[in-house]
Structure formats: structure tokens, C-alpha cells
Write a protein that binds this ligand. Structure first.
Ligand code: DX5
Ligand code: ZN
Length: 231
């Protein structure tokens, strides 16, 4: 019912394959892979080569979050590198419908990402091409920022749109949240409608177990909060 997607942005980049194996062994559902270009966002991270390098380390879905502009040129590269889900920001594509189609045609699931101030209407006429809607609860570019509380209202609004769409189409769209997710707020974020939770610094930062290779306690704690919501 709920998915936890640790963001590699806060992992140890010198041991990325190991980090991926360990976090999945500790119960992660997806691997969230943040791609930044120092143009669309003021930071620079990793590209398809690194996605390809981690692919053999897990069978968990790799959730590629593109914070790059433009997006179309690089989409097939990520599909070939083993991405399962590819999401992008509407501001970063001149032709949103075309970019979504390109992702689907490359064999991946497609999603749109909404910055804190980006209105939700960008999803209205492309619902049939969406598998995921991702709401940013921080401004994109860096891990370790504070959750913006207004996102809870936006989540409820997105949940309503997605539920209405599901009722008329029978198709499910996931609602993912990214930024500042911790054990002390994940429950209220779930209650506001999110079903998929990115957590970077919470998992890879302070969350290391006594055994440095395990993330069981932090992922268990996040899931424990979610179990209480579902009950
Ligand atoms: C921010 C990235 C996030 C980031 C989240 O631009 O999209 O995925 O890693 O990090 P935390 O969970 O630390 O806010
Ligand atoms: Zn992200």
C-alpha cells in the first residue's frame, strides 16, 4: 500500500552499489535517483552512466527524478541505463505531453514533478499518460531541507484529482512526496494522501544502524508510522 524510496543523494557516493544493496536489504521499495544539471537546479549530480552502474545491484525499481532542462534528449539514455520510472518538471519541457509519451515509448513509467509553487493544473490534460505524480515538499536541488507545510494542502488537492480520475478511468496513479520526509511527519503526510515517500537524509544521514551496512531501524521506523495510519 505504501512505498518507501530512499534518495541516493544522501548516500555514500564512493560506495553506491553497496548502499543500494544495503538499503534494499533493509526494506526499501524503490531507489530514488536524483539527476541535477546545475542549470534547471543549482546543483550537479549523476547521469545515465551511474544509473547503469547501480542497475546490477538491485531488482528494486529505480525511480529517476530528472531535475534537468531540457529533458527529451536524455530520456532514452536513462531508459537504456535501466530506469523503471522517469519523472520530470513541467517547467523543464517545452512539450509536456510529448516528453511523457517519450518516457512511455522507452518502456518506463512516466511522471510529472510539481515544485512547491507549481500549480497542479499541468496534470489535467495528461492524466492518461501519468503513472506517478510527484509533489516536491522542498525546492529542488539539495537534500536535508525542511518540509514545507503548505504541501499538505497541495497533497489533499492532488489526492482528490487522482481519486476522481481513478473513479472514472479505473487506472491508478501513484502520489509521491519528496523533501524533508522524516519519522515525525511521515504519518501526517500519508494522511494527506501520499502513498510513496522519498527520504534521503532521514535514511542515509542520521539513520545508520550500529551495523553501518544496515538501515533496518530507520526504514522500520518510517514503516511503523505508516502502519499506524493504515490501521
Ligand atoms: C531534492 C531531491 C530529493 C532529496 C530529498 O531536490 O529531489 O530527492 O534527496 O532529500 P531529503 O529527504 O533529505 O529532503
Ligand atoms: Zn528527488
Amino acid at each position: 500500500m505504501y512505498r518507501i524510496a530512499p534518495s541516493l543523494l544522501s548516500a555514500d557516493f564512493a560506495r553506491l552499489g553497496e548502499e543500494v544493496r544495503n538499503v534494499v536489504a533493509s526494506g526499501a521499495d524503490w531507489i530514488h535517483f536524483d539527476v541535477m544539471d546545475n542549470h534547471y537546479v543549482p546543483n550537479l549530480t549523476v547521469g545515465p552512466l551511474v544509473c547503469e552502474a547501480i542497475r546490477p545491484h538491485t531488482s528494486a525499481p529505480i525511480d529517476v527524478h530528472l531535475m534537468v532542462k531540457p529533458v527529451d534528449r536524455i530520456i532514452p539514455d536513462f531508459a537504456r541505463a535501466g530506469a523503471n520510472i522517469i519523472t520530470f518538471h513541467p517547467e523543464a519541457s517545452e512539450h509536456i505531453d510529448r516528453s511523457l509519451g517519450l518516457i512511455r515509448d522507452s518502456g518506463c513509467q512516466a511522471g510529472l514533478v510539481f515544485n512547491p509553487a507549481t500549480p497542479l493544473h499541468h496534470m489535467d490534460h495528461v492524466m492518461d499518460k501519468l503513472d506517478v505524480v510527484l509533489l516536491m515538499s522542498v525546492n529542488p536541488g539539495f537534500g536535508g531541507q525542511k518540509f514545507i507545510p503548505e504541501t499538505l494542502n497541495k497533497l489533499r488537492a492532488a489526492r482528490d484529482r487522482i481519486d476522481a480520475y481513478e473513479a472514472r478511468s479505473g487506472r491508478r496513479i501513484l502520489l509521491e512526496i519528496d523533501g524533508g520526509v522524516k519519522t515525525d511527519n511521515i504519518a501526517e503526510i500519508a494522511r494527506a494522501g501520499a502513498d510513496t515517500f522519498v527520504a534521503g537524509s532521514a535514511v542515509f544521514g542520521a539513520g545508520r544502524d550500529e551495523d553501518p551496512n544496515r538501515y533496518d531501524s530507520i526504514i522500520g521506523a518510517l514503516r511503523g508510522e505508516l502502519v499506524r495510519v493504515a490501521a
